[in-house]
Design a protein around this ligand. Structure first.
Ligand code: LP5
Ligand code: MN
Length: 240
């Protein structure tokens, strides 16, 4: 069966072997037989630079390369946790880094792909933070720092973010209909796929007077991993 797979928010980290083993086995089984895999951000819980040589990251990179080497293309979008994924990572794994947003046509249907964080247009504190950490000069400066310092700063930012996400209304941290309509209208498309909110669902909406669909893939947990599988017949969410 021809299928193209979409996943996001795996949040892989060396301290959670169950999760990365599940990803390695997913690559080796379903992905190996697929037409392509799109990873829509937050493959990693945090990415502090391509020079981080933790053995677990090496294992994941080898597994990705093993699949791309066999001819299955893997596309990776950066998320709000792993926005520092860079050229070295792409070269080692032969994965293709794609922009956020990206527009693709799969089995004759046009899809807009995005991580999803920029659709949360009411979370202005986050969007302000995002703009800052995407400044190329700041990223360069950060990547020049020794890893222990990068880890220290990342821990501080994560702690700050954890307090924020626990104390902020869920509605503020969700996508807004303005954010969703705006990206679809700009790209002149009627199908949107994203992650980030960890609220897997297929939503029907109206854009420019036409029916549109918003597919939200789930995050990966110990007991579930909700991915999107698209074929010639359409797309469906599947719990692995
Ligand atoms: O990921 P999640 O769901 O928990 O929360 C996100 C938003 N938070 C983030 C931050 C990430 O969790 C941490 C990223 C670590 C990156 C490390 C590299 C740093 C490099 C920097 C240099 C180039 O994305 C959260 C959203 C939520 O999604 C829902 O959409 O609300 O947004 C925030 O929490 C951001 C806050 O609103 C503002 C943060 C101010 C940070 C100030 C840090 C001060 C630390 C000082 C260090 C000396
Ligand atoms: Mn995210």
């Amino acid at each position: 069966m021809s299928e193209t797979l979409f996943i996001a928010d795996l949040h892989l980290t060396p301290t959670q072997p169950l999760m990365y083993h599940r990803f390695l086995s997913f690559l080796d089984t379903r992905v190996r037989k697929s037409d392509a895999l799109y990873i829509l951000g937050d493959l990693f819980d945090v990415w502090l630079g391509d020079d981080d040589d933790d053995p677990v990251y090496q294992k994941i990179k080898s597994a990705l390369y093993e699949i791309t080497r066999c001819g299955v293309p893997i596309f990776i979008m950066r998320g709000n946790r792993d926005f520092l994924l860079g050229i070295d990572f792409a070269q080692t794994t032969a994965c293709q880094l794609i922009d956020d947003p990206s527009v693709i046509t799969v089995y004759g249907t046009k899809y807009v792909l995005t991580h999803g964080d920029t659709l949360c247009t009411e979370d202005t504190r986050y969007l302000d933070f995002r703009q800052r950490v995407h400044l190329p000069w700041l990223q360069k400066l950060f990547l020049l720092q020794p890893l222990f310092l990068r880890r220290f700063l990342a821990r501080k930012i994560r702690a700050n973010s954890q307090i924020k996400t626990q104390t902020t209304a869920k509605t503020i941290m969700d996508v807004t209909s303005e954010g969703v309509s705006s990206v679809l209208e700009t790209q002149n498309a009627y199908h949107l796929i994203h992650g980030h909110t960890h609220q897997p669902a297929i939503h029907r909406l109206t854009v420019n007077g036409q029916t549109a669909y918003r597919f939200v893939v789930g995050d990966w947990r110990e007991d579930s991993a909700i991915i999107l599988s698209c074929t010639h017949d359409g797309c469906q969410l599947i719990d692995l």
